[in-house]
Design a protein around this ligand. Structure first.
Ligand SMILES: [Cu+2]
Length: 108
């Protein structure tokens, strides 16, 4: 079985970033879990705020570095890309990550 982020299965350790941001840019990621599994989605290098779940604003816009997505759930997160580098963005279930559910976000 393979897993994807943005339709791409990441294999090995080198792949093109799915997002390249200018330092200081605000990124809003609108994520859909189009599977029947739970996925704890983890971003390295930044903390983000969870803005909405299934189109409904979250009560506290909580600060997190991982957001647990339920099957078929849609989640919006936002953060200021203020930490230069190539940052892993991946499912924290390591079986899923190892099977490709991993991407890179680049901050210049
Ligand atoms: Cu997963």
């Amino acid at each position: 079985m393979g897993w994807t982020v943005n339709g791409v299965t990441a294999t090995g350790h080198v792949h093109d970033p799915i997002i390249t941001a200018a330092r200081g840019e605000t990124l809003l990621l609108d994520m859909s879990n189009d599977t029947a599994w739970w996925h704890p989605i983890h971003l390295h290098g930044h903390s983000f705020r969870v803005l909405s779940r299934n189109g409904r604003p979250t009560r506290y816009r909580e600060w997190q570095d991982t957001v647990l997505m339920a099957p078929q759930e849609r989640v919006e997160i936002a953060f200021v890309a203020d930490n230069p580098g190539d940052w892993m963005f991946h499912c924290h279930i390591l079986e899923h990550q190892a099977a490709g559910m991993m991407a890179t976000i680049r901050v210049n």
